[in-house]
Design a protein around this ligand. Sequence first.
Ligand code: GN1
Ligand code: MG
Length: 403
Amino acid sequence: MCRCANLKSAHSHICTCLKFLLLFKNKAKLTDTAINDIVSRFRVQGEIVSCKPFGSGNINDTYRIVTNTGNEYLLQKINHFVFKDVPGLMNNLVKVTQHLKKKLSNIPSANPEKETLTLIENNDNGFFIKDEAGAYWRIFLFLKNTKSYDQVVTEKQAFEGGKAFGRFQFLLADLDTNLIVDTIPYFHNIEYRLVNLDKAIAADSVKRANTVRPEIEFIEQRREQMGQILRLGRNGTIPQRIIHNDTKFNNVLLDEFDKAQCVIDLDTVMPGYVAYDFGDAVRTIINTAPEDEPDLNLIKLNIPLFTAYINGYLQQTVNFLTVAEINSLIEGALLLPYIQAVRFLTDYLEGDKYFKIRSPLHNLQRTKAQFQLVKQLEEVKMVLNDIILQTWHNYKNGQGNRF
Ligand code: GN1
Ligand code: MG
């Protein structure tokens, strides 16, 4: 609904809305011929009978494909504005999935095919293609009978999510970091993100800076404190490990019984601190509302879901995480909603070039929702840290958990 004070601004607002709708519509369009051409360059079985947009990702474009032999695939267009080194990214993906499959094949109860993503080879034995327009494409096997949740509902789901991301870190702990390139340099580096925000404010390219003064002030007040994880890393208190770097809860596939099956979205798997993955997962799990909730009153904390997540996570990681890493987890829980907000606000100030938006103010709405979450987390920081430490002690003393 457009509510404008005068005719002139109403007209420009309507134009913006129309332009936005057209842009959004065009983006989603992909002709049957184009799809057939792309898919024919990969070793898929059968002829395509349906191809539909899939999932809620903010960066890549994903389509679910079904063929007349009953095979199902995920076709993905990789956003090379965001991922500038696609060959490097795909090489990471091959290394990571091969490593996971090898490790899982040594665990008797595991099923490597179901628990890891499988890339489909192209006709030249590679794993991606570049089309005539310069776009990059890849295809995965679709994992049938799985589901992902944008929002966690039960403690069991949260526990399973914790297990999945914990096990993921455990399985990759011995992967040679020299094999992995940084697909997005300084991804969760808050200093880098703040410098980018400062540049966006100074450039003010779409003249929005004056409308976001309270948000800029919120960021300023926490600048120093949010550098804590980087400082701990730099002075050698916490180690770098291979982490996932995008542990939103919807990046875990659960099976029909809500058991964790497979961790997906591996484009940002690179070295980082475990607190980053912990914080990004908590950001989506503890929040009673979506990450872009417009009604800030609906953003509350669900602490039982947090407790369930840390139980699942530590079950898998208690034997290799250091005490300093355990102590850093709570800082990650505050940092990740903050850093996401910094990124959303930067994109808003730069004219919405990075994240897909579904309305003109979407990035600002996301920023405000993440700040609301930060405020609430600050209030219960000590309580959450006690839960982390208590759970850790329980596992250390062999007392297990109640899930
Ligand atoms: C992006 O596309 P998606 O939803 O997997 C982003 C994440 C953000 C997330 C916020 C490469 O992930 O870092 O947390 O949006 N991915 C990249 O919803 O920037
Ligand atoms: Mg992602």
